[in-house]
Design a protein around this ligand. Structure first.
Ligand SMILES: C[S@@+](CC[C@H](N)C(=O)[O-])C[C@H]1O[C@@H](n2cnc3c(N)ncnc32)[C@H](O)[C@@H]1O
Length: 238
């Protein structure tokens, strides 16, 4: 089984990422503002997870539909934030070409696939379902800040007793991917995510059919810098 089909569809995911529910109150309004689409726009939240950011998109009058691979996340989304939802794979979206005004991709939800072709396919699908002039908001962790943070961790296991898990974060030997191993609720997980450079993000967006993106270095829309903790790209289709 692919790691992303297992890690995100286990109840432990909600414990490990419990703080992200509270973060949504800060992240949602800011990211929705950076998406910067008028009320009434058709926006796809991909992947939507359990919908923690959905209320903040809806609050701007956007017509939001969500999609995700995880049935567990989709069930929670339907209970907590009812909305049109689809179970899907990011590499082949079940939406019509040119049918959306915006795609909202938050919380480093790109780079999960093992090959460059598959990761590019995700962006190509985003471009395909957007109308010409449609907007993608791609919210990624900044590579350089992650390198600094992981250097401090020194690849050691750390315990988080309050949330009942332990974790070890390492780079793959070629330093292109970050491996986050976790043990929680008697199960083992391993995120395996490609962390691109800014040049790689821009090259992939161009290849997928987007114009050169604007980039912010944080939720307040501050200017992008190599050292920013978040790299938030707003890209418009050609
Ligand atoms: C880090 S979460 C982010 C969710 C949401 N954007 C947020 O900010 O809360 C990543 C999500 O990607 C979903 N996912 C992982 N691989 C996927 C795939 N191949 N197709 C669709 N969704 C996928 C997971 O199920 C999970 O809900």
């Amino acid at each position: 089984m692919d790691w992303f089909a297992w890690d995100f569809d286990h109840p432990a995911y909600f414990d490990i990422y419990a703080d992200k529910a509270a973060d949504a109150g800060r992240e949602g309004p800011a990211l929705a503002a950076l998406l910067d689409l008028p009320a009434g726009s058709r926006v796809l939240d991909l992947p939507c997870g359990w919908g923690r950011l959905h209320p903040h998109l809806a609050a701007r009058g956007l017509a939001v539909a969500g999609g995700d691979l995880s049935p567990l996340n989709l069930r929670r989304h339907a209970l907590e934030h009812p909305a049109p939802l689809a179970r899907l794979d990011l590499r082949a979206l079940p939406f019509r070409t040119g049918s959306a005004d915006g795609v909202f991709c938050a919380f480093t939800s790109w780079g999960y696939f093992a090959t460059a072709a598959e990761n590019l396919a995700q962006l190509r699908e985003f471009a395909r379902v957007l109308r010409p002039g449609g907007v993608l908001l791609l919210d990624l962790v900044g590579r350089s800040s992650l390198e600094r943070a992981t250097a401090r961790l020194r690849s050691r296991w750390r315990d988080y007793p309050d949330r009942g898990y332990r974790e070890r974060v390492r780079w793959s030997p070629d330093r292109r991917r970050i491996w986050t191993e976790r043990q929680c609720q008697g199960a083992a997980f391993r995120h395996d995510i490609w962390i691109p450079t800014d040049a790689e993000v821009r090259a992939c967006l161009a290849e997928a059919g987007f114009r050169p993106p604007a980039a912010s270095g944080g939720l307040d829309g501050q200017p992008w810098s190599e050292d920013s903790e978040r790299w938030i790209y707003r890209a418009v289709t050609r």
